[in-house]
Design a protein around this ligand. Structure first.
Ligand SMILES: Nc1ncnc2c1ncn2[C@@H]1O[C@H](COP(=O)(O)OP(=O)(O)OP(=O)(O)O)[C@@H](O)[C@H]1O
Ligand SMILES: [Mg+2]
Length: 561
């Protein structure tokens, strides 16, 4: 089976080019390897592969073996205490997992060779990458570096991975010795890289939507190039704006993994130079022959990435999908299901099995993680999904519409009473009772709006108030509720104020409409892109058919002459 030696798969994505996906992929790989995990890197950036350059293995070639291609070895696994050529650095004897990589660059004749391929050819190449690469047995993590945006490569890889490893699915068997029988890889999710600037975070939203549409869980967002590490003192200073990634993550309800500053020592590391810290450690010795793994341990960024690596490992060990930050909108596509159904559709959420990497975490850790899956969290998750969904928007829309209708009805009845109360036979008491009932209905709506507000704050946390619209809406709801309550008492004259406040909620309807329209637009864009791809496929098939017809005609001519 393809990828049968791989346990977990992590995609690295970004909306824009040059934000540091490949650097993040390499550093995550080094950090996971430092944590004792065997790692593979698959570079599917077919037109701009940069993994071989970053790993310093550009001249290496892929070996063809009977079962498929063998990836290039970057470094071997090492057990603790093994002597190496550089025993004077602390990292030289530290345990580590192996690191292998495969990129199209290893198959091209030279670095300058350009790849200009149409969609179908790229798709075929990705399929071949998935089916024909023999990753070493016991590969714990396969990190996939992707091109920017959401192109043919992304669609092809996600299609292939879903065939092999539906999101969240556990591998069939996890054993303690790293050699798993019957093992299926698991698509843990995607790490999305952005830079702090708004233009980059805007593109990341598209990337998150892509994850949602293709049911890829989001492990978290990394804000790269966030500030600058002084090469002399190691202090981080801000160059541009900062924190865009964190705010965007909060808005999109995905995990924020952290910020990574620009660090010139990282550039030295990938260029084969030792960092200053290492020079100090070994008295300024020359380190050109040091492995990338050792060089990276002296880089300031290695500590940050050690944290990211442990978060990824927690995502793998933690069977709770909420902790894995599955996009709320991924669940939205399952909204017709109850929370229990949602869990049933995600086996890892419903089952309380032994963690898949029994060799890296003990069962106590898994039990602790399972304990966190409290019912409160489940309700919160469900509420968030519901309020974000079109059904949630429709419910608010319906409530606001009914409320406004009752306001107008009350208003018309008040006018009617005023106009006719002196008429003979006019049932003033009856009409006043209707007016009173409408007042009670108004109070009921106010209470429902307060409940909706509390539910939103419970579901989204205080980040709900990041939007000024929500702040104003909350003030209106609370004020209208208080005045509505007092209206029952001595403040009846303030009634007109309540009506004005409650009418504000017309804007809520507009907001609900625009949210739904945006959802529809995104679906339409997605459909257009799909049709474009189909069109391209059909066109290339027709080109091939034309070529075949031409060939047949030529053969026919040569036979007849
Ligand atoms: N935190 C960092 N500190 C210093 N240099 C960095 C950092 N992150 C990335 N770089 C450098 O920025 C350049 C671009 O990074 P990288 O190739 O990883 O981006 P990318 O998103 O993969 O680009 P592409 O979209 O072209 O694939 C590289 O030379 C890399 O070394
Ligand atoms: Mg890249």
């Amino acid at each position: 089976m393809p990828l049968d030696n791989v346990s977990n798969i992590v995609l690295v994505l970004s909306g824009k080019g040059g934000v540091g996906k490949s650097s993040v992929t390499v550093q995550l790989a080094l950090a996971l390897s430092a944590a004792g995990q065997n790692v593979g890197i698959l570079d599917i950036d077919l037109t701009g592969p940069s993994i071989p350059r970053l790993l310093g293995i550009e001249s290496r070639k892929v070996t063809q073996a009977p079962g498929g291609w063998l990836p290039v070895e970057v470094h071997k696994a090492r057990r603790e205490g093994v002597n190496s050529a550089h025993t004077d650095t602390p990292s030289a004897t530290a345990a580590r997992g192996s690191l292998h990589a495969l990129s199209l660059a290893f198959l091209l004749p030279s670095r300058e060779s350009a790849v200009i391929w149409r969609g179908p050819k790229k798709t075929a190449m990705i399929r071949q990458f998935v089916s024909d690469i023999r990753w070493p047995p016991g590969t714990d993590y396969l990190l996939i570096d992707t091109p920017p945006g959401t192109s043919d490569e992304h669609i092809a890889i996600v299609e292939e991975l879903h065939k092999l490893a539906p999101p969240g699915q556990e591998p069939a068997i996890a054993t303690g010795d790293n050699t798993n029988l019957n093992r299926q890889p698991r698509l843990v999710g995607a790490v999305v890289v952005t830079t702090p600037q708004a233009i980059s975070t805007a593109d990341v939203r598209k990337e998150l939507n892509f994850c949602q549409k293709t049911s890829v869980p989001v492990i978290g967002v990394i804000e790269n190039m966030s500030g600058y590490v002084c090469p002399c003192c190691g202090e981080v200073s801000s160059l541009f704006s900062k924190g865009g990634g964190r705010i965007m993550s909060q808005e999109m309800h995905v995990n924020f993994l952290g910020e990574v500053p620009i660090d010139t020592t990282f550039v030295d590391v990938v260029e084969g130079k030792a960092t200053d810290q290492q020079d100090v450690l070994v008295g300024g010795a020359v380190h050109e022959e040091q492995e990338l793994f050792e060089r990276y341990q002296g880089c300031n960024l290695s500590k940050i990435f050690a944290g990211f690596a442990s978060t990824i490992q927690e995502n793998v060990i933690d069977p709770n999908p909420q902790h894995r930050n599955i996009l709320a909108n991924f669940l939205q596509s399952h909204l017709t299901m109850s929370p229990a159904d949602l869990e049933a559709s995600n086996p890892s959420a419903a089952t309380h099995e032994t963690p898949l990497l029994a060799n890296t975490r003990d069962s106590h850790a898994a039990k602790a993680a399972q304990g966190n899956a409290s019912s409160v969290e489940r309700v919160r998750r469900w509420l968030r999904t519901f309020l974000d969904s079109k059904y949630g928007h429709y419910s608010v829309f319906l409530l606001v519409s009914l409320d406004i209708t009752s306001i107008f009805a009350e208003f018309l009845i008040t006018l009617h009473i005023c106009e006719h109360k002196r008429d003979k036979g006019f049932n003033e008491e009856g009409w006043e009772q209707v007016e009173q009932s409408l007042g009670d209905i108004g109070l009921a709506f106010s209470s429902l709006f307060v409940a909706e507000l509390l539910a939103s704050v419970f579901a989204f946390g205080l980040s709900y108030f990041k939007s000024p619209f929500h702040v104003f809406d909350a003030i209106v709801i609370v004020l209208a509720f208080i005045i509505d309550l007092l209206l029952k008492g001595p403040l009846q004259e303030a009634g007109s104020l309540v009506v004005v406040l409650r009418l504000w909620r017309v804007f809520k309807i507009v907001e609900e409409f625009s949210t739904n329209a945006n959802d529809k637009m995104e679906d339409l864009y997605e459909e257009i892109n799909h049709l474009k791809r189909e069109n391209e496929k059909v066109r290339s098939e027709s080109d091939n058919a034309k070529e075949e017809i031409g060939e047949l005609k030529r053969r026919l001519q040569s036979v007849s002459t």
